[in-house]
Design a protein around this ligand. Structure first.
Ligand code: NDP
Length: 608
């Protein structure tokens, strides 16, 4: 157990590894809770309206009863790339389904003011060369990303046969006909030779299970369903509806830090209820330089994307094409630092020396961020509360140039809950430390459901061969081969993050999976086959590889302050990200898929 705060003593003037470790442990332990992911409220029953679509008019249509070759469930980035690759491979009969009113996935739903991608747009927006498009700024805003994704869907004719505003209610394998039967909430029942499931891993809003959440009578909404009817304005700001309102926001993660500057600018009074501060690095966004754009040669996007993933995975240190906060962090704080130090010492480093070196470098980077807060925020107590006390990778990195400045506004108050979170709600207030903060409106920037069963997040059951239900098969955790297929569920593919290598740039992960998926589908079609399925043995061997690769990240996150990345500190959660993401380097995973394809044996996959 860590020392109590009083015994820890003030921060020493010089770096003191023991003090730092004790401080990090202390801050983590304040936040650890036995209810882990169960602390959140599911957006069902009384809370289901938090997931309603505020962005489209209701649509009436007749139920569909027909057959398609490939049905894609989910109209986000993963589907758009994979469907594009299938179109390029000559597949014409495609249907995309989504609850949302349009294509875009995350970028359809997340329209809060200031929504912006924190990965460079030139590698995050997919299919740029195919669409002959270059984003207008280095870190694109939500509207541009959403428009681009919808243009891509148009370019690849994905609207043609799409069923939008349509929620799948069940998928059932018909073994005799070798088709999937797809049912929806609109009475559709159609068949498909192949289905893909791409629900997104951060898509279902979650709410904090704070006592009294149902009693609060003020206006509330989740950031992924922003209520512009109430706030006025749009994604660029102009929230004129808030000028006479006392507003609260719970959540200071990547979403909170992007929308809080706008709430601070427009609300009469803003209270920011903070449980754990994010790290806030500089953003330095800028318009796309036309001279740079003119230098780009065919194939540039793939090269840049691959280079980013190699640099952030620590396997490339000589060429950094992106050269931003993500890549610099890896070059300074990961394997390249060890290589440099080894060269300096002129000998191999011991494992302890490596651990100590990486810990100290991490501390120095965090100290620079903490100093940035002191230099920016005028009130010393607020500045102190905004400082993050954990290793830099414990939470998703934050980048923003206005967030910290917002706390210098006279109408903005940071309510630091010191790791404990909001205490309770009353009918008109949020209570922290016994103090009631009266509010007209409360914004939940509390993130998305993670660490619960796959089919719960999906919202429907998938019934495979012999009536086996996916919720039963995966009751103790996901089981896939390479993250794309699972035995007993022929002709069904999973896109997204299911047991896959993860680049910080999701688009790269999606690209690699789409490439592999298109290869498998092409092999299936070329053989004029009726089923394609992973074997049980292949699945078992991939599970073994998954377990081995998860040891290192598990050890790392055990020391971290809790977050959705660590299932809120429950590192053994079989449905958590540590179990559902491949814990090794994404570059190894992508290479392994490429080698598997190059071998041409389809080992572990049976096509009949
Ligand atoms: P997060 O889960 O990262 O953040 C949720 C926030 O709610 C945290 O600050 C959390 O505090 C706080 N919270 C939860 N419960 C309570 C409580 N009871 N009392 C007080 N505070 C509470 O969600 P986000 O939507 O911010 O981000 C999710 C992910 O979405 C990101 O990590 C990123 O992957 C993605 N994203 C990406 C963007 C991009 O630019 N590409 C932009 C925005 C999001 P605590 O930290 O203590 O748990």
């Amino acid at each position: 157990m860590p020392e109590p705060a009083a015994a820890l003593g003030p921060k020493p003037a010089e770096y003191d590894a023991a003090w730092v470790r004790a401080k990090y442990d202390l801050e983590r332990d304040k936040r650890l809770r036995t209810d882990a992911v169960e602390q959140y409220v599911e957006v069902t029953a009384d809370f289901s309206h938090y997931a309603d679509d505020p962005y489209c008019e209701p649509l009436e249509r007749e139920p569909v009863r027909d057959h398609v070759q490939v049905a894609f469930i989910g109209a986000g980035l993963g589907t758009i790339i994979a469907a594009a690759r299938l179109r390029e491979a000559g597949v014409t009969d495609i249907r995309v389904l989504d609850t949302a009113g349009d294509f875009g996935g995350t970028w359809y739903w997340n329209r809060y003011p200031g929504a912006q991608c924190d990965i460079e747009s030139y590698i995050y927006l997919p299919l740029l060369e195919e669409l002959n498009y270059l984003p207008t700024e280095r870190y694109a805003h939500g509207t541009e990303i959403r428009t681009h994704l919808q243009n891509a869907a148009r370019h690849y004719r994905l609207y043609d046969n799409a069923l939008l505003q349509t929620t799948v209610t069940g998928l059932r394998w018909d073994d005799a006909a070798a088709v999937w039967v797809v049912s929806t909430n609109r009475g559709d029942e159609f068949t498909a030779n192949l289905v893909t499931i791409s629900p997104g891993s951060l898509s279902r809003p979650k709410l904090p299970g704070i006592p009294g959440i149902n009693e609060f009578a003020g206006h509330t909404f989740h950031t992924s369903r922003w209520d512009y009817g109430y706030t006025g304005g749009d994604e660029t700001g102009g929230l004129t509806g808030l000028t006479d309102k006392k507003v609260g926001v719970i959540g200071t993660g990547s979403t909170g830090l992007q929308c809080i500057p706008f709430l601070g600018e427009w609300a009469e009074k803003l209270y920011v209820f903070q449980r754990t501060p994010s790290t806030i690095s500089e953003r330095n966004n800028r318009p796309t330089d036309p001279d740079w754009a003119a230098t780009l040669k065919p194939g540039w996007q793939r090269e840049r994307m691959e280079n980013f993933t190699r640099v952030t995975a620590g396997v490339e240190m000589d060429l950094d094409l992106t050269d931003d906060g993500w890549t610099r962090k890896s070059l300074e704080l990961a394997e390249p630092a060890v290589i440099r130090e080894t060269a300096r010492l002129g000998r191999e480093m011991t494992p302890e020396e490596i651990t100590d070196l990486l810990f100290r470098l991490d501390w120095e980077a965090m100290e620079r961020l903490r100093t940035r807060i002191d230099d920016t925020v005028t009130d010393p107590a607020t500045a102190e509360s905004l400082k993050a006390w954990y290793r830099i990778n414990c939470k998703r990195l934050g980048f923003h140039d206005q967030y910290l400045l917002t706390f210098n506004r006279p109408n903005v108050t940071l309510v630091d809950t010191d790791g404990r979170g909001v205490e309770r709600f009353t009918e008109n207030a949020v209570v922290v430390g016994g103090v009631e903060y009266e509010l007209d409106a409360l914004v939940f920037a509390t993130g998305f459901e993670v660490g619960t069963e796959f089919t719960r997040q999906l919202g429907f059951e998938v019934t495979g061969r012999d009536g086996v239900r996916l919720s039963d098969k995966w009751a103790k955790g996901m089981r896939t081969f390479h993250g794309l297929q699972t035995n007993g569920f022929p002709n069904c593919f999973f896109l997204g993050y299911t047991q896959s290598g993860v680049s910080p740039n999701y688009t790269h992960t999606a690209e690699e999976r789409a490439r592999h998926f298109a290869y498998l589908v092409t092999a299936f079609l070329e053989r004029g086959a009726s089923t394609i399925e992973a074997t049980r043995e292949a699945e078992d061997s991939w599970l073994t590889a998954m377990h081995e690769a998860s040891e290192k990240p598990k050890a790392f996150y055990a020391e971290c302050t809790p977050s959705y990345l660590s299932s809120e500190g429950d590192k053994e959660n079989p449905h958590g990200m540590l179990a559902t993401n491949y814990g090794g380097k994404p570059t190894d995973f992508f290479q392994m898929l490429a080698d598997w394809r190059a071998a041409g044996q389809l080992e572990g996959v049976v096509i009949r």
